[in-house]
Design a protein around this ligand. Structure first.
Ligand code: ARG
Length: 369
């Protein structure tokens, strides 16, 4: 039986703490809820145990309306690093996270939760620089121009200037921001080749193996953890139908079409769609060949339907943001296309942070006026 809802007049933080403890004890079947509740009423909040934090992080994933890969939410590994606040130490633990999460290609969903005052300015641990050129064009990933400029202002000398320069990490501790270069062996990348079209392999396209989101705050039990980077594994459409294909990202479809020998004079030949399809084939082929785990849009959406069934059996309703759940190619071939979801948010969850370069925080970063 669900515990009674806490009184609405309680402060938000207290109410969320009580709600989370009730959820935790109901879902795990563990006893001792009364004692934990007493602590909240006494102190107004709660200090989570490692087991509670882990469950909270897993439920935050389960509640992520924009994520189509939620079926394995219970497998999330949580590294409890709440005692770590010094940038050098944070960096060392992030390197370990990259290694453990990659796990030799058999990627493990992993989260590292750091202590108060810590923040990573990069939106993912691995990002490619975007260098704005005098003529307005961009070398690298146009999405990361503002991040690249920010890192330059923090003192980064810049990279070799390729289309895939890995950016350093800006790690903010309690009183300063420090830059750290990621060593080459910490960043696993996959060169993109095609099973039958060798020309595509000569385009020099590549992508990194591990998406580690580092700009979302974990909100659990009335507490916020602004530094809680987490990774899953990629879905090929993220790379092949967006990052490499979008006109305002790597815009690779014209080059892929040329590699395929397609006639690009008339849009009604659907050359863009053909190039898009073959680029998706290439990314799946390349990750498979490299032994790096990656999902495809048919498999992951079928899994999502299993997730919905599983949640229903557990007496929970799955919420979702349909426009994020459907894949950006052939969406109507997947079961999610034909379904509807309630798009509202529940806690525990993740919230997106304002980028550090758009926030004026005097005292922390000398480069903000
Ligand atoms: N779409 C983002 C990217 O292309 C990654 C978001 C998280 N994706 C994931 N499969 N966990 O880098």
């Amino acid at each position: 039986m669900p515990a009674p809802r806490p009184h609405p007049a309680l402060p938000e933080r207290t109410r969320e703490a009580l709600e989370f403890l009730a959820l935790y004890h109901a879902e795990t079947g563990l006893s001792g809820l009364k004692a934990r509740q007493a602590e909240v009423y006494r102190t107004g909040g709660v200090t989570l145990s490692a087991a509670e934090l882990t469950h909270g992080a897993r439920v935050a994933w389960r509640n992520s309306t924009r994520c189509v890969g939620r079926l394995p939410w219970m497998t999330l590994e949580v590294r409890d690093l709440r005692h770590v606040t010094a940038p050098e130490e944070v960096f060392t633990h992030l390197l370990a996270h990259l290694r453990e999460g990659f796990n030799g290609g058999r990627i493990l969903p992993t989260m590292s939760v750091f202590g108060p005052g810590v923040r990573v300015h990069n939106d993912q641990l691995v990002r490619y620089a975007g260098y704005r050129q005098p003529d307005g064009s961009v070398v690298g990933d146009p999405q990361n121009v503002a991040l690249t400029d920010h890192l330059r202002r923090l003192g980064w000398a810049g990279g070799p200037g390729t289309a895939f320069d890995v950016l350093p990490l800006a790690i903010e501790g309690q009183e300063r921001v420090t830059l750290f270069d990621l060593p080459a062996d910490a960043v696993q990348e996959v060169p993109i080749t095609h099973p039958t079209c060798a020309e595509i392999g000569r385009l020099g396209l590549r992508w990194h193996a591990l998406p580690v989101i580092s700009n979302m705050t974990l909100e659990v039990a009335g507490q916020s953890f602004p530094c809680a980077p987490f990774n899953g594994w990629y879905l090929q459409t993220e790379i092949a139908a967006r990052n490499l294909a979008d006109q305002d990202r790597y815009d690779a479809l014209p080059a892929v079409a040329a590699a395929l020998g397609l006639e690009t004079g008339s849009r009604r030949s659907l050359w863009q769609d053909r190039a898009l399809l073959e680029l998706n084939v290439a990314v799946l082929h390349s990750f498979d060949r490299a032994g790096v785990r990656i999902a495809d849009h048919h498999g992951v959406t079928t899994q999502f339907v299993h997730f919905e069934d599983q949640e229903r059996r557990a007496g929970r309703e799955v919420r979702g943001r349909w426009s994020w759940l459907i894949p950006p190619m052939s969406p109507a071939t997947t079961p999610v296309w034909h379904r509807a979801y309630e798009d509202t948010e529940e806690r525990p969850n993740f919230t997106v942070q304002t980028p550090a370069w758009r926030e004026a925080r005097p005292g922390v970063c000398p480069f903000h006026s």
